[in-house]
Each structure stands twice: as structure tokens, then as C-alpha cells.
Design a protein around this ligand. Sequence first.
Ligand code: ATP
Ligand code: MG
Length: 372
Amino acid sequence: MSQRAPTVADVVAEHDIVVCAGSGGVGKTTTAAAVGLLGAKTGRRTIVLTIDPAKRLADALGVAELGNRPTPVNLDASGSLDAMMLDQKGAWDSLVERYAESEEVRAKIFANSFYQNLSSTFAGSQEYMAIEQLSQLDTDGDYDLIVVDTPPTHHALDFLDAPQRLGAFLDRSVMKWFVRPYMSAGWSSFRLVNRTVSALFRRLEEATGVGALAEVSEFFTIMSELFEGWDDRVKRVERVLKSDRTAFLLVASAEEQILCEAEYFCSKIQEHSIELRGVVFNRVQGELGVEFGSIDHDDVDEIVGRAVESKAVRRRLVANFLRYETQARGDQLRVETFRDQLAPGIAVATVPNFEQDLHDLAGLERLRSLLE
Ligand SMILES: Nc1ncnc2c1ncn2[C@@H]1O[C@H](COP(=O)(O)OP(=O)(O)OP(=O)(O)O)[C@@H](O)[C@H]1O
Ligand SMILES: [Mg+2]
């Protein structure tokens, strides 16, 4: 007897941490919020860590103000839902606050212009901060379920590589170069001294736009203490992400290009020794023909004709509808083909393209019900 395939809700119920990953704009933030709602409705103390939610969704979750603090969402549920908006700058600041040993060190870092620039622009830091924040919430143990939204990276896997990339950037051996006293001699002489380091500086300048060497040097001197134990923290988070307490959900749409990226994600995720637990196909157009049997042009013309007198309007409505049906059939076929390649135990949910954006709790509720 074949076992019933798990639903996304089953997957959520069996894990402590759920990470929503996928290509840019597919609905990761919305799905993460709906999974959060699911957690609260199933009696769990839940927190959703969202990144750059659309303004109206942020309002609905009560996180429109930046601040990196958990905010309770007003819900009628047996559990609870807190939401937290992870902004890049705020996340760096809280990291400094957490690890700086004195008020003086803290103030010095905050005043450093290199820091100010880095904390709001450095690529990869948002991914890292999401992971750092996750680690902190997990250690504190105030929640039964932590839902993690991921930033709109070009590639969904960037999220997983971020700790190593940022770790490499802040590696102690690299830092040593920045805190050498002869650096005060300035850029030009320094460039002559060491080609590797000058290449590094160029990268830094490009990444941050800050060229003041003294600021850079000071930053690394102070930060080197702060990043004591960095490797251990990265390793710990990696362990958590790879453990069976964590489920990765892939969010995708039915578009050809997105599905190609999703396929690549599925193959690469294994290289990180992470198992994919579920896929949410979002904004998939439904075929009306499936519900009503096959519909052809004459049927539609007759039905529309009963309501619309103008021949010209009727022609356009019929053409529009049939175009939609063709597109919907394409969506269904692409999703089916992708589904067939997935391992049997992976949960799948298909979510239609709703007539409106999902920016309030009622919208999230519609999405939640489709995950069960
Ligand atoms: N099934 C749906 N039907 C209608 N609108 C949807 C649906 N899913 C998501 N949306 C809307 O699409 C927009 C993008 O969704 P969302 O912000 O969740 O995507 P994202 O993957 O987080 O994007 P980014 O990669 O930029 O962070 C939002 O305005 C959201 O309300
Ligand atoms: Mg998003």
C-alpha cells in the first residue's frame, strides 16, 4: 500500500526551523508569512523572520518600522505569531551590540564610516545576518517554530554560501593585513608593497565605496575582537541548517526560467548535504477546461454571447480567455514535469495566481489553507 505523500503542513509540523528559498520575486516572503500563520494555527509559538516585505504586508504583520525586534501579530490562534523584519543595517548593529565588549567599543564602531557603509551595502551580509539571527533565536529557545525568509539573491544558493563568503572576507589572516602599522603610509605606497593586498583593497573600495584607509584599518582592528569565535558560530549554524530539525522549502513559479533555476537548486542543495523537504509552486494559472471538460472556441463564444451584445467586445473577450487557457495549460504541464522528477517524499503545494496581491492576513490565510 502506498503511503500518502506528506503535505507542506506536515513538513512544517515535523520541523523546528523552516527556510523558504527560491528565485527573486516568486513569493518567498509571502510563503514564509503563510507558514508562520500555519505554525500559530497549529498551536506553536512561532516567529517569522522576513526580509524586505512589501509595504502592505509589513503593515499587516506590524513590522513596518525597522528595528530587528520581534513584534506580536494580532491573531485568533491557539499558538502565537511574532514577526521580525530583518534589515541589513539593523542586523549588523545588533551583531555589534551583542558582541562588543564595552560601550566605548560599540560607539567607536557605530561612528566608523567604513562600518556605516559596509553595514548597509556589503553584498552577502544580509544572508549572513539572517543566519546569525536564526542562530540567536534558536539558542534563546523562545519559539517552537522559526520561519526564515531569504533575501532576493540572484541565485537561491547564495544564501547557503553567505557565511563562508563573509567568513572569508573577515578571516583573521586577511584582517592582519589591514591592521599593520605601515598602512598609515597610505594607499599608493601600500599598493606597491603587496599585490594581493592592493587587489583586496580594490575589491573593498568597489564593494563599499569607502577609500579612507585609516577608517578601514580602524574598523578591522576593532572588528577582529568582535569576530572572535566567528568560525565556531558559522559551523554551529551550518550544523543546524543541515540537521533534521530544519526543513528547506523551495518556492517556485511555473515559468520556464524559474523552473530551470529551481532544478539547479534541487541538484545543488545536495552538495550542501541538505535535503529538500517541500516545493511550493506559486502563482500557477489554473485551467478552466479541467473543471468543465474541454472548452473550445465555439463554446466560449456562445457563453460570452449570452452576456455581451457587442460582437467586437465578444471577440476580444473570447480571444483573451483562450490565451489565458493556453498559458494555464503550459503552466500545468511544466509544473507536472517538474513534479515527476522530485523524490517521492517531497511535499508539494500548488498555489494559484490570486486576483490580488497577498498583502493582508486574509490573503495569507488563503495561501495557508493551500499548504494543508
Ligand atoms: N499566489 C499569489 N497570488 C497573487 N499575488 C501573489 C501570490 N504570491 C505572491 N504574490 C504577490 O507577489 C509579490 C511578490 O511576492 P513576495 O514578496 O513574497 O516575493 P519574494 O520571493 O519574497 O520576492 P523577493 O525575491 O523580491 O524578496 C507580492 O506583492 C505578493 O503579494
Ligand atoms: Mg522577499
